[in-house]
Design a protein around this ligand. Structure first.
Ligand code: NAD
Length: 386
């Protein structure tokens, strides 16, 4: 029976996937695994019982990843589970930038006591008229879980879509509509597009990617959308570009003391993934990852251990956590062979200086065998999954 602790409320649609093999506990100190959203794990003592933590969401800065890795605690997140929520808001952002929806709603609100509103609106509405997005050129920077969905949806809305991602994954490339024009430089996106939306992670290499130089190469009257992270945009340069009219509108999901005071800015209060469906998707994915790990030892979407999958388990399986150094597999195999234990299947993956080995075994894995495996230099944790 596995004990699961929820450090935050987790959507029921996820926790109800847990079978009779699982029980919920309020006590983190006795948990086999924890589910978390934004609660900080940094201050918590990590119990010896803890095998895994799953974050229902993408960011994991509330979890001490290295400390967990050193203790053989696998940390999971749920990449892409909120992609549709963000995509829909990006589309809304493009529409809000094209038609003055916000100005129009504010006008109606301000004039709600006007008895002649039916007549007055016909004169006033000119101020809020706009353009359509159909036929316009959209540049998508970063074609991961969100960028691909934005690009494909924009195609369906009749836009010409240009995609730029030098590191696109095979999986993302498979999902991308064939109508998307493959662009090989950021400059080409800047020079050609009427709308530019950025969907890359915040890394030292992407910080300030929408720079003074990039902005200067954009078309006059471009709309820039940022639903990824504020640091991706040089906000001083953006301020100047908005003041001069080079950028017609900047739509961002990140209020900060600079962005909220910009001219022609539409700032949303970090609403990208704030949908019931995104929370449900994250909860389901987080629970499925934990169950597959606890029951089969398989690792998918971990941020501190390599992906490793030996399929569903039918008998005894060993999960060995070890340093990524030579001759580990050889030593595991000979130790098990000496004890007369057969290995019908196995797989091993590494990430940095950590490695993870899954072995299906036939034979009696006694404490003495486990002691011998643990005594191999570089091995720091073994799970026997039965
Ligand atoms: N507004 C919100 O509430 C919200 C919600 C979820 C995610 N996000 C943000 O959106 C970002 C993207 O999310 P995702 O799920 O699509 O991530 P993802 O990891 O699936 O995709 C990121 C893509 O960016 C590409 N990339 C990396 N560096 C690049 C570069 N220099 N130039 C071009 N492409 C580059 C990668 O190859 C990858 O395909 C996240 O990092 C996160 O910061 C925001």
């Amino acid at each position: 029976m596995y004990k699961i602790n929820c450090l935050n409320p987790i959507a029921k649609v996820g926790t109800k996937l847990l079978t009779d093999n699982y029980t919920m506990t309020d006590n983190f100190a006795e948990a086999d695994a924890a589910l978390v959203r934004s609660a900080s794990v940094h201050e918590l003592e990590l119990p010896d019982s803890l095998e895994a933590i799953a974050r229902a969401g993408a960011g994991v800065n509330n979890i001490p990843l290295d400390k967990c890795a050193q203790k053989g605690i696998v940390v999971f997140n749920t990449p892409g589970a909120n992609a549709n929520g963000v995509k829909e808001l990006v589309i809304a952002g493009m529409l809000m930038a094209s038609r003055d929806l916000v100005g129009g709603v504010k006008w109606v609100e301000a004039n709600k006591d006007d008895e002649n509103i039916v007549k007055d609106v016909e004169k006033a509405k000119k101020a809020f008229a706009g353009g359509e997005i159909k036929g316009k050129k959209l540049g998508v920077i970063g074609l991961g879980a969100i960028g691909v969905q934005v690009a494909n949806t924009a195609i369906n809305l009749g836009m010409d879509v240009y995609g730029y991602d030098p590191y696109i994954s095979v999986d993302a490339a498979w999902k991308l509509s064939r109508h998307i024009i493959h662009i090989e430089s950021l400059d080409a996106i800047c020079e050609n597009c009427d709308f530019i939306t950025i969907h890359v992670p915040a890394l030292p290499s992407t910080k300030g990617m929408i720079s003074e130089d990039a902005l200067s190469k954009m078309k006059d009257g471009v709309v820039v959308l940022n639903f990824a992270r504020d640091v991706l945009v040089d906000e001083d340069a953006m301020c100047r570009a908005l003041e001069s009219g080079k950028v017609k509108k900047y739509v961002t999901d990140f209020p900060n003391p600079k962005s909220v005071h910009m001219k022609n800015v539409l700032v949303l209060p970090h609403l990208g993934a704030s949908t019931e469906e995104s929370e449900d998707n994250c909860a389901v994915m987080a629970v499925q990852e934990l169950m597959d790990y606890l029951e089969n030892g398989n690792i998918k979407n971990s941020v501190n251990y390599p992906a490793c999958d030996l399929g569903d388990r039918s008998g005894t399986r060993l999960a060995i956590f070890n340093r990524n150094v030579p001759n580990m597999i050889g030593q595991f195999a000979s130790t098990l062979a000496e004890a007369g234990i057969n290995i019908p299947s196995m797989t091993n993956q590494s990430k940095g200086d950590l490695a993870y080995t899954l072995m299906d075994v036939e034979g009696d894995v006694t404490d003495a065998v486990l002691d011998k495996l643990m005594a191999i230099q570089g091995v720091f944790k073994i799970r026997v999954i039965k």
